[in-house]
Design a protein around this ligand. Structure first.
Ligand code: TXA
Ligand code: MG
Length: 318
């Protein structure tokens, strides 16, 4: 069921059941992070492999201390500047967090969502919420309540409807690497330039892996539509595949010679935020039109363009 009833959502979560929740990035499939049963159900409903750890959500920087042993100074700077917001920090976990949540890793991913309904719900609860994106494993993340209902509807007792997500891409994941350097583990809703501004220097980025379980959740193929997606120069791709029925996902301009109805332009004005906000919904619409092929182009590699490109590359990976 979809609705805006906080007390029903809270009641279900207290009973170790799952509730889909809105956040500013994407919708999450939430359960009590301290409950092995709820956490096991999250993996089951998403069909997610157990080696891919979950993010734990809480309502304030103060409450982070319930989850983590300490916060290194560089990451504290980021927490103070960017939380609540589309930032996830990797920090040494407290024993109370089940190993299932972190896939046995010593660090837990923590985040404070900047969405009034998510924050209100988290404040009401006595426990934090483990929540991955509310999509079947490997598919496109949901950016409105309807997306969740269409894919997980019968499997989730309640979907809290908080409207369309304002960021539209998952959080940026930041931690320290083995040498203690600030490192981006997933590009996302906070641009790298902003992180570097706060840290006062360059940060590292780790590459995605196609099959390495030692780098959990960094799987190359992800966020993928069911129809094959190819990246490149749109005019050249359209020419090359002119015998096929193709859908087009472009940044600012349409491709001549292809029906308008088969094309989605992410941001005619070239606004990275708008493109990010619309990306996943656009991928879904095109996927549901059952083309032979979707062709897409990369954005300039700056600002949120980098995170959009990361999702496009992973959607195209086979
Ligand atoms: O914006 C977001 O982060 C959304 C909303 C719902 O908060 N959540 C989200 O969760 O994107 P999910 O499960 O789709 O992606 C979580 C990713 C994992 O795939 C993994 O890459 C990383 O977070 N992660 C989680 N815990 C980790 C850990 N202990 N160490 C390393 N990476 C971790
Ligand atoms: Mg996800």
């Amino acid at each position: 069921m979809i609705g805006t009833d906080f007390s029903q959502a809270a009641e279900l979560l207290r009973a170790e059941q799952l509730v889909a929740i809105p956040t500013e990035t994407v919708y999450g499939l939430a359960g009590n992070a301290f409950s092995e049963q709820a956490v096991t159900d999250i993996f089951r409903v998403k069909n997610r492999p157990y080696f891919d750890p979950l993010i734990v959500h809480t309502s304030s920087v103060d409450r982070l201390t319930e989850l983590v042993e300490n916060i290194p100074p560089a990451l504290q700077l980021l927490a103070d500047a960017l939380m609540p917001g589309p930032l996830t920090l990797l920090l040494p976990k407290r024993a109370q967090i089940p190993d299932l949540v972190t896939a046995g890793l010593p660090q837990v991913a923590v985040r404070i969502p900047k969405h009034p309904m998510a924050l209100q719900l988290l404040e009401m609860l006595e426990f934090p919420l483990a929540a991955p994106s509310a999509n079947p494993f490997g598919y496109i993340s949901p950016t409105n309540a309807e997306h969740v209902a269409r894919q997980l509807g019968e499997k989730v007792p309640y979907i809290l409807d908080g409207g369309p997500c304002t960021v539209g891409l998952e959080s940026t994941i930041v931690g320290l690497d083995e040498e203690g350097e600030v490192t981006i583990f997933r590009k996302g809703g906070i641009p790298i330039e902003r992180i570097e501004e706060i840290i006062g220097g360059k940060v590292r980025t780790i590459a995605h892996s196609s099959s390495n379980p030692a780098a959990p959740g960094m799987l190359k193929s992800h966020y993928a539509p069911r129809v094959p997606l190819m990246l490149g120069n749109l005019n050249a791709l359209a020419q090359q595949h002119r015998d096929k029925n193709i859908g087009v996902l472009s940044f600012q301009e349409r491709v001549p010679g292809i029906p308008d109805n088969n094309q989605i332009v992410l941001s005619p004005a070239g606004d990275f935020g708008e493109a990010a906000r619309r990306l996943f919904a656009a991928m879904r619409v095109l996927d549901e039109m059952h083309f032979d092929l979707i062709i897409a182009e990369l954005l300039p590699d700056q600002d949120l363009g980098r995170a959009v490109n990361d999702r496009l590359r992973r959607a195209a990976a086979v």
